[in-house]
Each structure stands twice: as C-alpha cells, then as structure tokens.
Design a protein around this ligand. Structure first.
Ligand code: C6P
Length: 403
C-alpha cells in the first residue's frame, strides 16, 4: 500500500501546526477527508442541488437519483440485503437513539432488560437510560476484564426471559478491543434476543458484513469513515423495522396525512423525517468508494500492522501504562504516563504538532472500571505512518523527561 500516495489525497495533512508538521492521531474522534469527498460536496452544491423525493423537476430528480445511488453504495459496503434496510441518520448517536426510542415503543415494557457493556460510549448508554426511566425496563452492563475484553462468561449468564435486546460496540473507542460480535449475536439469538452493534469504530477499519454477522441493527457515522459530518447510517433487519413505529414525524416519512389519522411511508423513508442530508449521503458514498478501491481487507491489514508497531514502540517507554490488552484490536492506543495528568500530556503533544485526544472519551463507566480519570488516546487511520508513531514516541519520551 502506497501511503505517500494516499496522503496526497488528504490536503489537510500537509499543513504545519506551530511550525511543525501536523501528526494527526485523533482519527477515532473524526477522520480527515480525501479530495474526492470534499469535491463531491462542492460539486453537488454547484451542479445538482435540489430537495429530494419532492420535485418533478430535473434537478430534484437528479439529486434524488444520487441520494438513492448513495444508499445502494452503503448497502453494498456493509453487505445489507436491501436498500430498504439502510436508513440515513445524522450519525451513530442518532441511529442508536432511533432504535432505542422506536424499539422501546414496539417491544419493551416495565421489568424487561436491555444489555449493554461497561465499555460503551455514552451514545450507547444514555439513550437507553432515558427510555428505561420512561418505560421501566432495566439497563444491565456486561462487565469488562482487566485486559479490556468483554467478560463473555458473565455475558452468557446474564440472559433471562426478561432480556429483550443486546446493544454493544463492535470496537471500543478507548481500548481498541474488537469484540466477538459474531459470537455475541449467536448467543443472543439463541435466547431469541436481537442485537444492535455500534459500528462507529469498526466500519472505518474492518471489513463489515451485516448479514454475515447476522446483526439485527448496525450503526455508524460518516465522519469517522472519511465522509462528511452530519450523516450516518442505521442498518436494520426489515422484519424488525417494519414492526417499529416512526422515530420522528415530519415530511417524507408519511404516506397520507389528515386530522383523522396519518399513514406512514414505506421503508426506509418511514424513519427519515424531514429533508435528509442528501449531499452528505452522496459524499459518504464517495468516501466508501474510496475505501473500497483500496480494499477493506488491505485497510485492516495495514492498520493492524501500524497498531502493533505503535504498541511495541510505546510499550518500550518507561512509566507508560497502556490501557487495554486485547489481542484482537484495531485503531486505538490509550495510555497513561506515570502520574502526569492526561490533559497535560495532550497539551504538550499538541505543541509538538501531534493531535491526540485526552479525557474520558465519552466512556465514563469504563474509566470508573479501570479506576482512572481518563487516558491519552492515539487513534490511527489509513494515512498514518511509522514515522508519525516515531514522532509520538519521541514526544512522549520528551514529556516524561520534563516531568
Ligand atoms: N466517539 C471519540 O472520540 P457520533 O458522535 O454520533 O458520530 O458517534 C458517537 C460514538 C458512538 N460510539 C462509539 C464507539 C464512538 O466512538 C462514538 C464517537 C468519538 O471516541 C467522539 S466522542
């Protein structure tokens, strides 16, 4: 894989920060965008901008065709069976809120149980808590081991006749752990329980096939997969989506409206109230095509290689503590340096031109599990290099010596 060539596709990477070459290692928060994605946004506004699914005129039809072609690109990328099962949302957060709200109305009652895990992002905890308060179901957390793995034995023992849904991350945004989602789905289905997978940190790094996983719902964000902000995806199995009520009301999601009663549009439009981010959808498809041209197997191989390089190099720094020790991991290395506060490390690395994230990473229960206030997190993308990891390691070592 020609990383130098790939880097040329990302104009922002050429810039300097405080006079130093930018080393962007905050990709789990958001990835940078290749020129083809930036151009797709600009071209759409220049040439094909009109509201979709509403106009008989030329531009509206063109815009609609492009948006529906983008839906087909997403379908192919995640291996869904039909575009009816691909819903455009604002991102992972909205996708999970959609399922929580609509699934709860259709299927959950007081006394039921929903399983998440201790390593979830707040986006996969708080929507359930809000609903749990209203509906009266219980939210239970699968424990995480000291190595940063899901405790699968505990998970298997958590099922009762009250368990109605499992919702877990495919890849942890803090630990980089790749969870055994196929096994999780098989176990849950053995109890007749559907599974939502939060794919925010997996879709950018691994080949994902929702049908092979047999996932019932799968959520991801466009901006973490080299696409634009404001667009994301919820995949859902048709038989579940059909039974679920709309999430929001408005234009587009209806068939007919009267004051006597309203009927709803067919899938996927039933869940897409209001003007969608049709330009975001087209640009997301461009990002997915960009990744497909490289090949997700190749992306996965390359990033795992870079991640091992980072783990070896960073692991050799005295006083460093890497949080999470999964053998199947990707994308992320979280650490603490002696007793230096993570945000001090982040601020000093920034002065060297190195962008990392510090803090609890929207995963406070996981921080509590490890008894730490937060971590410093370096997160990788396809354009990162060994030289950038060397710069990070040199930076960390410099900070260590300063303290
Ligand atoms: N994690 C991070 O720096 P949104 O904000 O909707 O695009 O994604 C939310 C989300 C959900 N699940 C996981 C596993 C995630 O990592 C994220 C976003 C970013 O780790 C921003 S907090």
């Amino acid at each position: 894989m020609d990383i130098t060539r790939i880097r040329e596709d990302f104009p922002i990477l050429g810039q300097k920060v405080y006079g130093k070459p930018l080393v962007y290692l905050d990709n789990a928060a958001t990835t940078q965008k290749p020129l083809c994605v930036i151009d797709a946004v600009s071209n759409a506004y220049r040439n094909v901008n009109a509201n979709v699914h509403r106009g008989v005129h030329f531009l509206s039809q063109q815009a609609t065709e492009r948006m529906e072609a983008a839906r087909e690109t997403v379908r192919r990328f995640i291996g869904a069976g039909s575009t009816e099962e691909v819903i455009f949302t604002r991102g992972t957060t909205e996708s999970i809120n959609l399922v929580a709200s609509s699934f709860a109305k259709a299927f959950l009652k007081s006394g039921d149980e929903v399983l998440v895990s201790e390593m979830e992002h707040h986006s996969n905890i708080v929507p359930w808590q809000l609903l749990a308060e209203r509906v009266g179901f219980k939210l239970l957390a699968i424990p995480v081991t000291a190595d940063g793995l899901l405790d699968m034995e505990a998970f298997r023992n958590m099922f009762t006749e009250r368990t109605k849904l499992v919702s877990v991350a495919h890849v942890s945004n803090v630990l980089g752990t790749v969870n055994p989602v196929r096994e999780i789905v098989q176990t849950a289905h053995g109890h007749g329980v559907p599974v939502l997978i939060d794919g925010a940190q997996s879709v950018p790094h691994l080949p994902v096939n929702v049908r092979e996983l047999d996932a019932d719902f799968y959520a991801f964000s466009g901006h973490k997969v080299y696409g634009p902000t404001g667009i994301g995806v919820l995949y859902g199995k048709r038989e579940l989506l059909e039974k679920m009520p709309p999430y929001q009301g408005g234009g587009e999601m209806i068939a007919h409206v009267s004051f006597e009663g309203t009927t709803f549009n067919e899938l996927p439009f039933k869940f897409e109230a209001g003007t969608p981010d049709y330009i975001g959808a087209v640009a997301l498809a461009e990002a997915l095509d960009y990744l497909s041209a490289i090949g997700m197997e190749a992306v996965d191989r390359r990033e795992r290689q870079l991640c091992s390089y980072a783990l070896d190099a960073m692991g050799a720094i005295p006083d460093i503590r890497i949080i999470g020790n999964a053998s199947d991991r990707c994308g992320v290395v979280s650490f603490l340096l002696g007793d230096i506060h993570p945000s001090d490390v982040g601020i000093l690395l920034d002065k060297l031109g190195i962008a990392v994230r510090t803090g609890h990473h929207c995963a406070e229960p996981l921080m509590r599990r490890f008894g730490i206030p937060g971590t410093v997190r370096a997160s990788l993308a396809i354009y990162n290099t060994e030289a950038e990891i060397d710069a990070l390691v040199a930076g960390i070592d410099r900070i260590r010596k300063m303290f």
